[in-house]
Design a protein around this ligand. Structure first.
Ligand code: FDA
Length: 584
């Protein structure tokens, strides 16, 4: 007999684990969450929070989304991405990032009801953790996962209480390993990986200093510093990252992975910080230092029977593009409802197989993207003439050459502009963040061909209701001056039917099948004098079906089926789609 029983045991209170717990608790699923440390993230780490992640928070409740904004640095202060010789030194170029460029901002605003922002992990984790615990999650800190064994009906996990040293067992129906980049759960579950760990060395230096005079006129999250050694290891260039405007900072500085990790004491850290800021007398208050390695590894399997892994446990990559915690939270959104439906008997266990089918390609995509983004700093160094010599005097001369009045200098200036502009693939890759389309049995595409991307799929989000894609956002309007995003009308643990005038048959079918399949199916009619009105015509442009057609979404807001127009037997058609998605 196990000491404790629960339905789902989650290892790790990081963004992946805490989000899973918050979602499961919101769906009414009993779950337990453990962390081997006594508290949550103690350094800011992840911070760029993209729109899709904010939509997950919004799905947890408007109060959760609003609290995130309350603690976040808003998008307007994020995007003057500076390339310079030091903060006090010469500025070489600038790139509008994270939706700061007006054209990009328009794309952001058209894509989602939620805003990108900068929310350090020290704020995100407590928010998710609090949401989970206040909704029923049983959390145990200072509790370490040691091992697990699974059988046909469940998983028995051995843990150690780190305060008493005592071991105990937890019996659960499912185990979720959200235990980070050195995941023992993934190792014990024998998940398969591709790629390599430790391809570069890096250090973080967290410090407090008022840098307003260097940055407030060009507000940004990231200030990239070109100095000798800035292309060694690390994430492509020396980085001074804003943690809180403008008095808390994190420096990311690389080291050669083929050498032992440097001893980063206070004197060393202070020197690196003063060099990058470019002020030898800067008063700084070092908060913490750490070294870490750049990884390039992703799981090709994320499940073994009743054990699932997510987050950094399955995608291990540098912070470039700011995708780590975002993808971790999105993994949770994909898996949590599936576990909830299977546990409630509303879906077959086969539904759970779709988790890795849908998320493993994303793991591969983001790991590859993040590592490629590091490489894409190389051409900037080359254009500046910094790769031709290791002599600092010669390097400076090469950089100075760009100011000459010669054809060669004009060509150098062009290359510098072009290579900096190309970094949009790291700093404004809206498509990478929003274009996730799933192809699995948990989607009933019904033979409909996937629409091709008309623009660069990494840079631009392309809305579509093709089954597998996230439901496009459009504002629709209710009575008394209210408005809601189409995303607000779905999710929250439920399937949702969208139809228009002529779609009453779908509404009735949803009612019938709610009872028959014992699941919650929400249904909305959008049209004149209906519950919701499409006054701007945006929804009609996006929905991909006619007024009497149907768009069906899953609890994670992805479209799982659509039909162009009303059919003879809507109950039979909807039943077929739902049963297929739910593996019944
Ligand atoms: P995470 O590592 O956060 O959490 C693992 C959890 O498991 C912890 O609670 C740990 O204590 C626990 N644990 C581990 N082993 C255990 C055991 N045996 N027993 C019990 N508990 C155990 N991402 C992003 O989206 N945007 C960004 O801007 C950035 N920026 C960024 C900057 C820097 C400098 C770094 C280092 C990283 C980022 N990231 C990022 C990445 C981001 O921090 C990372 O992807 C997430 O923290 C991953 O979340 P997880 O929940 O998967 O693991």
């Amino acid at each position: 007999m196990a000491d404790i029983t629960t339905d789902v045991l989650i290892i790790g209170t990081g963004p992946a684990g805490a989000a899973t717990a918050a979602l499961l608790a919101s769906y009414g699923v009993e779950n337990m969450l453990i962390n081997r440390y006594r508290w949550l993230a103690n350094t800011p780490r992840a911070h760029i929070t993209n729109q899709r992640t904010m939509e997950v928070l919004r799905d947890l409740g408007r109060e959760v989304e609003d609290e995130a904004y309350m603690f976040a640095t808003q998008q307007d202060l994020m995007g003057e991405n500076v390339f310079c010789t030091s903060l006090a030194g010469e500025e070489i170029g600038r790139l509008k990032t994270w939706g700061k460029h007006p054209l990009s901002r328009a794309e952001h605003q058209l894509s989602s009801p939620s805003h990108m922002n900068d929310l350090p992990q020290t704020f995100m984790e407590p928010l998710l953790f609090k949401t989970a615990c206040s909704r029923g999650t049983q959390a145990r800190m200072s509790t370490e996962y040691l091992s697990h064994k699974q059988d046909k009906s469940g998983v028995t996990t051995t843990c150690r209480d780190r305060l008493s040293g005592k071991e105990f067992t937890v019996r659960s129906k499912y185990l979720v390993g959200a235990d980070g980049g050195n995941s023992k759960v993934a190792e014990d579950a024998k998940l398969k990986f591709e790629g390599k760990m430790g391809v570069g060395g890096s250090m973080n230096i967290l410090f407090k200093a008022d840098l307003s005079k260097y940055v407030a006129h060009r507000p940004s999250v990231l200030y990239w510093v070109v100095q000798p050694g800035a292309d060694v290891g690390g994430i492509g260039m020396g980085l001074v990252r804003m943690v809180r405007p403008w008095n808390e900072w994190l420096i990311v500085w690389g080291y050669d992975i083929n050498q032992p990790a440097p001893e980063v004491d206070e004197a060393f850290a202070t020197k690196v910080a003063r060099d990058l800021v470019g002020d030898p007398d800067l008063e700084i208050d070092i908060q913490s230092v750490s070294t870490w390695t750049v990884n390039n590894m992703y799981a090709t399997t994320m499940q073994n029977g009743r054990v699932f892994c997510m987050g950094d446990a399955t995608h291990r990559h540098p912070p470039s593009n700011g995708l780590g915690s975002n993808t971790s939270i999105q993994d949770a959104f994909n898996l949590a409802w599936k576990i909830a439906y299977v546990l409630k008997g509303a879906a077959g266990e086969g539904l759970l197989d779709s988790y890795q089918v849908e998320r493993a390609p994303i793991a591969r995509q983001i790991v590859t993207r993040a590592n490629k983004s590091i490489e894409e700093f190389g051409p900037i160094f080359k254009a500046l003439g910094l790769l031709d010599s290791i002599d600092p005097v010669k390097m400076q001369q090469n950089m100075d050459a760009r100011c000459d009045d010669t054809p060669a200098a004009e060509e150098q200036r062009r290359r510098i502009r072009e290579t900096i502009a190309f970094k949009v693939y790291e700093f404004d890759a809206h498509g990478v963040e929003m274009n996730q389309r799933y192809r699995s049995k948990a989607v009933f595409a019904d033979g409909q061909r996937e629409p091709k991307f008309e623009r660069d799929a990494e840079l631009h989000y392309q809305p579509t209701t093709w089954p597998g894609a996230r439901l496009p956002h459009a504002w629709v309007f209710g009575g008394n001056g209210t408005r809601a995003s189409t995303l607000d009308l779905c999710g929250k643990g439920r399937f949702t039917v969208f139809t228009g005038i002529g779609g009453k048959g779908w509404i009735d079918a949803a009612k019938t099948l709610s009872k028959e399949l014992c699941i919650d199916i929400n249904a909305h009619v959008v049209g004149p004098r209906q519950e919701w009105q499409d006054l701007t015509g945006d929804w009609a442009n996006l929905r991909g079906v006619r007024d009497g057609g149907i768009v069906l979404t899953r609890p994670d807001q992805h479209v799982c089926w659509r039909k162009e127009a009303m059919v003879k037997d809507p109950v039979a058609a909807l039943r077929k789609a739902l049963k297929s998605v739910l593996a019944l």
